[in-house]
Structure formats: C-alpha cells, structure tokens
Design a protein around this ligand. Structure first.
Ligand code: DC
Length: 229
C-alpha cells in the first residue's frame, strides 16, 4: 500500500508522514532526502549545478535505495541523515530538483522502493508524478501565517513574523510556478488544513481515512472527489 503525502514547505508533512508510517507499521520514504543527497554529492564533486548531464551522472552514481529499516542507502551504504540537514544541503537540493534528468533518476529510484515496501511517502510530487496510483493521497497544508509562526518557533524567534511570511510566500511561488514538477495539489488528494490542529490530531484524521475509508464529518479534511475506496 502507498499513502502519499505532499504539501508546501513548513506544513508539517514530514512529521505527520513519520507518525502515520509508525502507526501503520510502514516505512517512510522522504523524497526530499534523495534530492538533498544528490545536492550534497554534486556540491562535493565540484560539479556545476547548471551542468545537467554531469548532475544526472552524479545522481545515477549514487544508486539511491532504502533499507528495510527505512534508512536511505547510497551504493548499499547507509547515508548519514544529519549530513543532509541544514541550509546548504537544502539550497543544493532545490537546485538539482530543477533538473528534469535528475528528477527522472530519483523518481525511478522512488518507484523501485515503492515496489518492495508498503510506504508512506512525503514530498512535493509523490501524489502527482511518483505514485499517481497511490492508495491514499493527502495534501497537508497550513496558512501562510501559521507556517510562519511555526518556523519562528523552530528558529528561536530570530526573525519577525512578517519577514518570515514574505520568505515563505516567495518559496511557495517558486515551488508552484517552477516549470519542472511544480507543487500542485492532485485533484484526488484529500486536503488537510492543519491550522490550529495538533500533529497528533492531523495523524488521527489521516489514519481515520486510511483505516475506515473516509474522513470523519465536521473535521478538517476536504476531499475534492469521492471517498477513497
Ligand atoms: O522537503 P525538503 O526540504 O527536504 O526538500 C528539499 C528540496 O527538494 C526542496 O527544494 C524541494 C525539493 N523536492 C522536490 O522538488 N521534490 C520532492 N519530491 C521532494 C523535494
């Protein structure tokens, strides 16, 4: 079974995906980590981010995969997850994510993982491009103000709320308007607006859909079509 969760930056989808995977006893595929691994490798190889063929060669050479414990593997070895965190890897990831050739390599790797395991996937295009036939699709989102408030709490209140909202809005626009794999909500995905909801509540709502085939009435998920079968 594949439960695919997409959404914008700062929506809380990674935490939610992790907890849903735990509850279901599934592995979690963090597709952003694959883009980060390629970004770091391209940077370390001293390859130009504009040289698509060279970036694709780096992506292929990593031979990304996942082990039965859900850890990212490169050439059969566990990738140090801490090395993928932070601003540098995030910025390099966003550059390689713009290259169609790199996306093709990573989408293929993600689908290979999906053929072997029950998964909760998380990213920008897992409901639309990677697993369009996923059993359940969710679009986890939050208002700009809510995401800015969360980011502010994470970063220790170093920036003012308005500046953060401007940053996030800019990143949303980039994600939604980029030519390659823009962030779009799949029409079949259930939208979960997480404003004012605890992570635990969001996880419960998603599990309710997965386990009982439909959201409970009066709660936040809005489905644009019929209930999942
Ligand atoms: O979710 P994240 O911050 O780890 O993602 C890192 C970068 O990779 C970010 O710029 C978005 C991009 N990305 C993508 O284009 N497609 C995905 N499925 C996952 C991430």
């Amino acid at each position: 079974m594949i439960i695919a969760i997409d959404g914008p930056a700062g929506s809380g989808k990674s935490t939610v995906a992790q907890l849903v995977a735990q509850e279901m006893g599934f592995l979690m595929l963090n597709t952003g980590a694959m883009y980060r691994a390629v970004g770091v490798a391209v940077h370390e190889a001293g390859v130009s981010f504009d040289d698509e063929a060279a970036c694709v060669a780096v992506a292929q050479s990593l031979d990304l995969d996942m082990d039965p414990e859900g850890r990212l593997l490169s050439r059969g070895h566990v990738v140090d997850a801490d090395g993928l965190l932070g601003e540098g890897p995030g910025a390099w990831a966003s550059k390689v994510a713009l290259l169609p050739g790199v996306r093709t390599v990573l989408v293929a790797a993600q689908r290979r993982v999906g053929e072997r395991w029950d998964l909760v996937t998380e990213g920008r295009d897992t409901t639309t491009v990677v697993f369009p036939d996923a059993d359940f699709k969710f679009f986890v989102t939050a208002s700009l103000a809510e995401r800015a408030r969360r980011r502010m709490a994470q970063t220790g209140f170093h920036k003012n709320l308005e500046a953060l909202m401007i940053d996030i809005e800019k990143r949303d626009r980039q994600d939604e308007q980029r030519e390659v794999a823009p962030l779009v909500r799949d029409p079949d995905a259930i939208e979960v607006l997480t404003d004012g909801l605890s992570i635990q509540r969001v996880v419960e709502l998603i599990l309710k859909v997965v386990q009982h085939g439909g959201p409970d009435r009066g709660a936040s998920p809005q489905r644009s079509r019929s209930s999942p079968s």
